[in-house]
Write a protein that binds this ligand. Structure first.
Ligand code: CAA
Ligand code: NAD
Length: 308
Protein backbone atom coordinates (compact mmCIF):
# COMPACT_ATOMS: atom_id res chain seq x y z
CA UNK A 1 0.00 0.00 0.00
CA UNK A 2 1.32 3.42 -0.91
CA UNK A 3 2.44 5.50 2.04
CA UNK A 4 1.59 8.60 0.14
CA UNK A 5 -1.96 9.88 -0.07
CA UNK A 6 -1.74 13.37 -1.45
CA UNK A 7 -4.87 15.45 -1.53
CA UNK A 8 -5.57 17.10 -4.83
CA UNK A 9 -6.39 20.80 -4.89
CA UNK A 10 -9.81 21.45 -3.54
CA UNK A 11 -10.17 25.18 -3.92
CA UNK A 12 -13.75 25.02 -2.59
CA UNK A 13 -12.71 23.48 0.76
CA UNK A 14 -9.86 26.01 1.10
CA UNK A 15 -12.20 28.87 0.11
CA UNK A 16 -14.59 28.06 2.98
CA UNK A 17 -11.93 27.14 5.54
CA UNK A 18 -10.91 29.49 8.37
CA UNK A 19 -7.23 29.09 7.53
CA UNK A 20 -6.22 30.21 4.04
CA UNK A 21 -3.03 32.23 4.55
CA UNK A 22 -0.31 30.39 6.40
CA UNK A 23 3.09 31.63 7.56
CA UNK A 24 5.54 28.86 8.42
CA UNK A 25 8.59 30.03 10.36
CA UNK A 26 11.70 27.84 10.08
CA UNK A 27 12.69 26.58 6.64
CA UNK A 28 14.50 23.42 7.76
CA UNK A 29 13.36 19.80 7.58
CA UNK A 30 9.92 20.34 9.09
CA UNK A 31 9.03 23.86 8.02
CA UNK A 32 9.81 23.15 4.37
CA UNK A 33 7.71 19.96 4.50
CA UNK A 34 4.70 21.73 6.02
CA UNK A 35 5.04 24.61 3.54
CA UNK A 36 5.06 22.12 0.66
CA UNK A 37 1.95 20.28 1.80
CA UNK A 38 0.06 23.50 2.58
CA UNK A 39 0.95 24.98 -0.83
CA UNK A 40 -0.02 21.83 -2.74
CA UNK A 41 -3.41 21.76 -0.98
CA UNK A 42 -4.23 25.30 -2.14
CA UNK A 43 -3.14 27.48 0.81
CA UNK A 44 -1.16 30.69 0.36
CA UNK A 45 2.09 30.04 2.20
CA UNK A 46 4.98 32.24 3.25
CA UNK A 47 8.02 30.31 4.43
CA UNK A 48 10.34 32.28 6.72
CA UNK A 49 13.89 31.62 7.87
CA UNK A 50 16.69 33.76 9.29
CA UNK A 51 18.94 32.43 6.60
CA UNK A 52 18.29 33.17 2.90
CA UNK A 53 20.42 30.17 1.88
CA UNK A 54 18.15 27.86 3.88
CA UNK A 55 15.18 29.30 2.00
CA UNK A 56 16.79 28.67 -1.41
CA UNK A 57 17.58 25.11 -0.36
CA UNK A 58 14.02 24.65 0.90
CA UNK A 59 12.53 25.98 -2.35
CA UNK A 60 14.70 23.61 -4.40
CA UNK A 61 13.75 20.67 -2.17
CA UNK A 62 10.04 21.53 -2.36
CA UNK A 63 10.21 21.85 -6.16
CA UNK A 64 11.88 18.44 -6.43
CA UNK A 65 9.39 16.82 -4.03
CA UNK A 66 6.40 18.32 -5.85
CA UNK A 67 7.79 16.87 -9.06
CA UNK A 68 7.98 13.47 -7.35
CA UNK A 69 4.36 13.77 -6.20
CA UNK A 70 3.18 14.95 -9.64
CA UNK A 71 4.95 12.10 -11.41
CA UNK A 72 3.11 9.60 -9.26
CA UNK A 73 -0.25 11.28 -9.01
CA UNK A 74 -0.56 12.32 -12.65
CA UNK A 75 1.45 9.56 -14.27
CA UNK A 76 -0.95 9.33 -17.24
CA UNK A 77 -1.27 13.10 -17.64
CA UNK A 78 2.10 14.88 -17.38
CA UNK A 79 0.55 18.23 -18.41
CA UNK A 80 -1.74 18.07 -15.35
CA UNK A 81 1.30 17.13 -13.28
CA UNK A 82 3.15 20.24 -14.49
CA UNK A 83 0.08 22.34 -13.67
CA UNK A 84 -0.06 20.85 -10.16
CA UNK A 85 3.58 21.80 -9.58
CA UNK A 86 3.23 25.34 -10.92
CA UNK A 87 0.01 25.99 -8.96
CA UNK A 88 1.66 24.80 -5.76
CA UNK A 89 4.78 26.90 -6.39
CA UNK A 90 2.63 29.95 -7.17
CA UNK A 91 1.12 29.56 -3.68
CA UNK A 92 4.55 29.69 -2.05
CA UNK A 93 6.67 32.71 -1.22
CA UNK A 94 9.70 33.06 1.04
CA UNK A 95 10.92 35.78 3.39
CA UNK A 96 13.56 36.53 5.99
CA UNK A 97 11.36 39.20 7.62
CA UNK A 98 9.09 37.74 10.33
CA UNK A 99 7.23 41.00 11.01
CA UNK A 100 6.27 41.46 7.36
CA UNK A 101 5.52 37.77 6.75
CA UNK A 102 2.93 37.39 9.54
CA UNK A 103 0.98 40.58 8.78
CA UNK A 104 -1.89 38.88 6.93
CA UNK A 105 -1.61 35.33 8.29
CA UNK A 106 -4.61 33.28 9.45
CA UNK A 107 -2.16 30.81 10.97
CA UNK A 108 1.47 31.24 12.03
CA UNK A 109 3.19 27.89 12.54
CA UNK A 110 6.61 27.90 14.16
CA UNK A 111 9.11 25.16 13.22
CA UNK A 112 12.42 26.64 14.39
CA UNK A 113 15.12 25.22 16.66
CA UNK A 114 13.88 23.25 19.72
CA UNK A 115 14.89 25.90 22.26
CA UNK A 116 12.37 27.63 24.52
CA UNK A 117 14.26 30.93 24.72
CA UNK A 118 14.55 31.23 20.93
CA UNK A 119 10.90 30.25 20.49
CA UNK A 120 9.83 32.87 23.08
CA UNK A 121 11.80 35.57 21.32
CA UNK A 122 10.21 34.64 18.00
CA UNK A 123 6.65 34.58 19.38
CA UNK A 124 7.11 38.01 20.96
CA UNK A 125 7.74 39.36 17.45
CA UNK A 126 4.88 37.31 15.97
CA UNK A 127 2.55 38.61 18.70
CA UNK A 128 3.47 42.18 17.89
CA UNK A 129 2.78 41.92 14.15
CA UNK A 130 0.24 39.13 13.46
CA UNK A 131 -3.46 40.02 13.03
CA UNK A 132 -5.36 39.75 16.30
CA UNK A 133 -7.48 36.83 15.03
CA UNK A 134 -4.54 34.79 13.79
CA UNK A 135 -3.96 31.34 15.27
CA UNK A 136 -0.42 30.82 16.55
CA UNK A 137 0.96 27.29 16.76
CA UNK A 138 4.18 25.45 17.45
CA UNK A 139 5.48 22.25 15.85
CA UNK A 140 7.64 21.54 18.93
CA UNK A 141 8.64 17.92 19.53
CA UNK A 142 9.00 18.11 23.28
CA UNK A 143 8.36 21.54 24.81
CA UNK A 144 5.21 22.62 26.58
CA UNK A 145 2.83 24.52 24.31
CA UNK A 146 1.52 26.48 27.28
CA UNK A 147 5.06 27.52 28.20
CA UNK A 148 5.75 28.61 24.60
CA UNK A 149 2.44 30.55 24.51
CA UNK A 150 3.51 32.63 27.52
CA UNK A 151 5.40 34.82 25.01
CA UNK A 152 2.01 35.90 23.62
CA UNK A 153 0.02 36.15 26.88
CA UNK A 154 -3.00 37.91 25.39
CA UNK A 155 -3.51 35.23 22.74
CA UNK A 156 -3.56 32.07 24.85
CA UNK A 157 -6.98 31.04 23.51
CA UNK A 158 -5.60 31.36 19.96
CA UNK A 159 -2.52 29.22 20.69
CA UNK A 160 -2.09 25.48 20.14
CA UNK A 161 0.27 22.75 19.03
CA UNK A 162 0.39 21.31 15.50
CA UNK A 163 2.92 18.51 15.60
CA UNK A 164 3.81 17.10 12.19
CA UNK A 165 6.02 14.09 11.44
CA UNK A 166 9.10 13.76 9.31
CA UNK A 167 8.97 13.49 6.28
CA UNK A 168 5.91 15.74 6.34
CA UNK A 169 4.75 15.05 2.77
CA UNK A 170 4.60 11.32 3.57
CA UNK A 171 3.68 10.89 7.25
CA UNK A 172 -0.09 11.13 7.62
CA UNK A 173 -0.37 11.86 11.33
CA UNK A 174 -0.88 15.31 12.82
CA UNK A 175 -1.00 15.69 16.61
CA UNK A 176 -3.24 18.62 17.54
CA UNK A 177 -2.45 19.91 21.02
CA UNK A 178 -4.78 21.99 23.12
CA UNK A 179 -3.65 23.69 26.30
CA UNK A 180 -6.19 24.44 29.05
CA UNK A 181 -6.53 27.90 27.41
CA UNK A 182 -6.94 26.90 23.75
CA UNK A 183 -10.45 27.86 22.68
CA UNK A 184 -12.84 25.36 21.11
CA UNK A 185 -12.89 27.52 17.97
CA UNK A 186 -9.09 27.46 17.67
CA UNK A 187 -8.99 23.72 18.29
CA UNK A 188 -11.64 23.04 15.63
CA UNK A 189 -9.89 25.30 13.09
CA UNK A 190 -6.61 23.41 13.69
CA UNK A 191 -8.33 20.02 13.27
CA UNK A 192 -10.04 21.19 10.06
CA UNK A 193 -6.81 22.58 8.69
CA UNK A 194 -5.07 19.25 9.36
CA UNK A 195 -7.79 17.47 7.37
CA UNK A 196 -7.54 20.05 4.55
CA UNK A 197 -3.84 19.09 4.30
CA UNK A 198 -4.80 15.43 3.92
CA UNK A 199 -3.50 14.51 7.39
CA UNK A 200 -5.19 12.38 10.03
CA UNK A 201 -5.38 14.61 13.12
CA UNK A 202 -5.46 13.18 16.62
CA UNK A 203 -5.87 15.17 19.82
CA UNK A 204 -3.53 15.17 22.78
CA UNK A 205 -3.20 17.18 25.96
CA UNK A 206 -0.17 19.43 26.40
CA UNK A 207 1.94 16.69 27.93
CA UNK A 208 5.71 16.13 27.30
CA UNK A 209 6.25 14.46 23.90
CA UNK A 210 2.49 14.25 23.28
CA UNK A 211 1.75 10.69 22.07
CA UNK A 212 4.41 9.69 19.55
CA UNK A 213 7.53 11.23 21.09
CA UNK A 214 6.59 10.12 24.59
CA UNK A 215 7.02 6.58 23.26
CA UNK A 216 9.62 7.14 20.53
CA UNK A 217 12.26 9.22 22.37
CA UNK A 218 12.84 6.69 25.21
CA UNK A 219 13.03 3.96 22.55
CA UNK A 220 15.73 5.86 20.59
CA UNK A 221 17.60 6.66 23.82
CA UNK A 222 17.57 3.02 24.93
CA UNK A 223 18.88 1.93 21.52
CA UNK A 224 21.90 4.26 21.84
CA UNK A 225 22.57 3.10 25.41
CA UNK A 226 22.49 -0.51 24.23
CA UNK A 227 25.26 0.29 21.71
CA UNK A 228 27.21 2.40 24.27
CA UNK A 229 27.28 -0.66 26.53
CA UNK A 230 28.72 -2.69 23.64
CA UNK A 231 25.78 -5.10 23.55
CA UNK A 232 25.38 -4.84 19.75
CA UNK A 233 26.43 -2.59 16.87
CA UNK A 234 24.22 0.25 15.61
CA UNK A 235 23.86 -1.54 12.30
CA UNK A 236 22.71 -4.76 13.97
CA UNK A 237 20.24 -2.92 16.20
CA UNK A 238 18.79 -1.30 13.07
CA UNK A 239 18.54 -4.65 11.30
CA UNK A 240 16.96 -6.16 14.41
CA UNK A 241 14.21 -3.54 14.72
CA UNK A 242 13.42 -3.59 11.01
CA UNK A 243 13.32 -7.35 10.60
CA UNK A 244 12.24 -8.31 14.12
CA UNK A 245 9.72 -5.58 14.87
CA UNK A 246 8.67 -4.46 11.39
CA UNK A 247 9.77 -0.82 11.78
CA UNK A 248 10.45 0.97 8.46
CA UNK A 249 13.74 2.35 9.83
CA UNK A 250 15.99 1.19 12.65
CA UNK A 251 16.47 3.56 15.64
CA UNK A 252 19.87 4.82 14.46
CA UNK A 253 18.61 5.50 10.94
CA UNK A 254 15.65 7.29 12.48
CA UNK A 255 17.76 9.30 14.96
CA UNK A 256 19.92 10.49 12.02
CA UNK A 257 16.78 11.26 10.02
CA UNK A 258 15.19 13.33 12.81
CA UNK A 259 18.53 15.10 13.48
CA UNK A 260 20.87 14.35 16.40
CA UNK A 261 20.85 18.05 17.35
CA UNK A 262 17.06 17.91 17.71
CA UNK A 263 17.32 14.63 19.67
CA UNK A 264 19.84 16.28 21.99
CA UNK A 265 17.60 19.34 22.51
CA UNK A 266 14.74 17.02 23.45
CA UNK A 267 16.80 14.83 25.79
CA UNK A 268 18.54 17.78 27.50
CA UNK A 269 15.19 19.49 28.06
CA UNK A 270 13.60 16.39 29.53
CA UNK A 271 16.69 15.64 31.69
CA UNK A 272 16.11 19.04 33.33
CA UNK A 273 12.37 18.56 33.61
CA UNK A 274 12.55 14.98 34.95
CA UNK A 275 15.86 14.87 36.92
CA UNK A 276 14.98 11.52 38.55
CA UNK A 277 14.06 9.72 35.31
CA UNK A 278 16.96 7.45 34.17
CA UNK A 279 15.51 7.26 30.62
CA UNK A 280 16.42 10.89 30.01
CA UNK A 281 19.94 10.90 31.46
CA UNK A 282 22.50 12.48 29.05
CA UNK A 283 23.80 10.18 26.33
CA UNK A 284 27.54 10.50 25.69
CA UNK A 285 27.44 9.21 22.11
CA UNK A 286 24.80 11.75 21.03
CA UNK A 287 26.54 14.61 22.86
CA UNK A 288 29.86 13.78 21.19
CA UNK A 289 28.38 13.57 17.70
CA UNK A 290 26.54 16.88 18.09
CA UNK A 291 29.72 18.55 19.43
CA UNK A 292 31.48 17.35 16.26
CA UNK A 293 28.73 18.82 14.03
CA UNK A 294 27.49 15.33 13.12
CA UNK A 295 23.75 16.03 13.09
CA UNK A 296 22.69 13.11 10.91
CA UNK A 297 21.27 13.18 7.37
CA UNK A 298 21.03 16.99 7.27
CA UNK A 299 24.78 17.52 7.90
CA UNK A 300 25.96 14.48 5.91
CA UNK A 301 27.01 12.39 8.92
CA UNK A 302 25.55 11.12 12.18
CA UNK A 303 25.63 7.47 13.19
CA UNK A 304 26.02 6.82 9.44
CA UNK A 305 27.70 8.74 6.62
CA UNK A 306 25.45 10.10 3.83
CA UNK A 307 26.20 11.19 0.30
CA UNK A 308 25.92 14.98 -0.05
N1 CAA B 1 8.23 14.08 -0.39
C1 CAA B 1 7.33 13.39 -1.12
N2 CAA B 1 7.34 12.04 -1.18
C2 CAA B 1 8.29 11.36 -0.50
C3 CAA B 1 9.25 12.02 0.28
C4 CAA B 1 9.19 13.44 0.33
N3 CAA B 1 10.05 14.15 1.07
N4 CAA B 1 10.06 11.08 0.87
C5 CAA B 1 9.60 9.88 0.47
N5 CAA B 1 8.53 10.05 -0.35
C6 CAA B 1 7.69 9.01 -0.92
C7 CAA B 1 8.33 8.19 -2.02
O1 CAA B 1 8.14 8.80 -3.28
C8 CAA B 1 7.58 6.87 -1.89
O2 CAA B 1 6.27 6.93 -2.43
P1 CAA B 1 5.48 5.61 -3.01
O3 CAA B 1 5.45 4.59 -1.91
O4 CAA B 1 4.11 6.11 -3.34
O5 CAA B 1 6.29 5.21 -4.19
C9 CAA B 1 7.37 6.73 -0.40
O6 CAA B 1 7.43 8.06 0.12
C10 CAA B 1 8.43 5.86 0.22
O7 CAA B 1 9.71 6.47 -0.05
P2 CAA B 1 11.02 5.69 -0.47
O8 CAA B 1 10.66 4.51 -1.35
O9 CAA B 1 12.01 6.68 -0.99
O10 CAA B 1 11.65 5.21 0.87
P3 CAA B 1 11.13 4.22 1.96
O11 CAA B 1 10.16 3.21 1.46
O12 CAA B 1 12.39 3.76 2.60
O13 CAA B 1 10.33 5.16 2.97
C11 CAA B 1 10.17 6.65 4.79
C12 CAA B 1 10.90 6.31 3.50
C13 CAA B 1 8.74 7.07 4.47
C14 CAA B 1 10.92 7.84 5.40
C15 CAA B 1 10.14 5.39 5.74
O14 CAA B 1 11.45 4.90 5.90
C16 CAA B 1 9.57 5.69 7.09
O15 CAA B 1 8.36 5.72 7.29
N6 CAA B 1 10.47 5.90 8.11
C17 CAA B 1 10.05 6.21 9.47
C18 CAA B 1 9.78 7.69 9.56
C19 CAA B 1 9.34 8.09 10.94
O16 CAA B 1 9.23 7.31 11.87
N7 CAA B 1 9.04 9.39 11.06
C20 CAA B 1 8.67 9.96 12.32
C21 CAA B 1 9.91 10.54 12.97
S1 CAA B 1 9.55 11.21 14.58
C22 CAA B 1 8.95 12.73 14.24
O17 CAA B 1 8.84 13.17 13.13
C23 CAA B 1 8.50 13.51 15.43
C24 CAA B 1 9.49 14.33 16.13
O18 CAA B 1 9.05 15.29 16.78
C25 CAA B 1 10.92 14.04 16.18
P1 NAD C 1 15.97 22.27 11.41
O1 NAD C 1 17.24 22.46 12.16
O2 NAD C 1 15.97 21.42 10.17
O3 NAD C 1 15.39 23.71 10.97
C1 NAD C 1 15.22 24.77 11.86
C2 NAD C 1 15.29 26.05 11.04
O4 NAD C 1 14.88 27.15 11.86
C3 NAD C 1 16.71 26.39 10.55
O5 NAD C 1 16.66 26.52 9.13
C4 NAD C 1 17.04 27.73 11.21
O6 NAD C 1 17.77 28.61 10.36
C5 NAD C 1 15.65 28.29 11.48
N1 NAD C 1 15.57 29.25 12.57
C6 NAD C 1 16.15 29.18 13.79
N2 NAD C 1 15.80 30.24 14.53
C7 NAD C 1 14.96 31.01 13.77
C8 NAD C 1 14.26 32.22 13.97
N3 NAD C 1 14.34 32.88 15.13
N4 NAD C 1 13.49 32.71 12.95
C9 NAD C 1 13.41 32.06 11.78
N5 NAD C 1 14.05 30.87 11.53
C10 NAD C 1 14.82 30.38 12.51
O7 NAD C 1 14.92 21.76 12.47
P2 NAD C 1 13.63 20.81 12.23
O8 NAD C 1 14.06 19.40 12.30
O9 NAD C 1 12.88 21.31 11.06
O10 NAD C 1 12.82 21.10 13.58
C11 NAD C 1 12.05 22.28 13.74
C12 NAD C 1 11.06 22.10 14.88
O11 NAD C 1 10.20 20.98 14.57
C13 NAD C 1 11.69 21.80 16.24
O12 NAD C 1 10.88 22.36 17.24
C14 NAD C 1 11.63 20.26 16.28
O13 NAD C 1 11.63 19.77 17.59
C15 NAD C 1 10.30 20.01 15.61
N6 NAD C 1 10.14 18.69 14.98
C16 NAD C 1 11.22 18.08 14.39
C17 NAD C 1 11.04 16.84 13.77
C18 NAD C 1 12.17 16.12 13.09
O14 NAD C 1 12.02 14.94 12.77
N7 NAD C 1 13.30 16.75 12.83
C19 NAD C 1 9.76 16.25 13.74
C20 NAD C 1 8.68 16.93 14.35
C21 NAD C 1 8.89 18.15 14.98
Amino acid sequence: MSLLKIRRFSSSSVATAAIKNVTVIGGGLMGSGVAQVAAQTGHKVTLVDLDGKVLSKAKNGITANLGRVAKKQFKDDPAQGDKFVSLALANLSTSTDVAEAVKSADLVLEAIVENIKVKHELFRTVDAFAPKDAILASNTSSLSIEEISSAAPKRKEKFGGLHFFNPVPVMRLLEVIRTPHTSEETYKAMMEWGKALGKVPITCRDTPGFVVNRLLVPYLAEAVRLVERGDASAKDVDIAMKLGAGYPMGPFELADYVGLDTNKFILDGWAKKFPDEPLFKPIQMINEKVAQGKFGVKSGEGFYVYKK
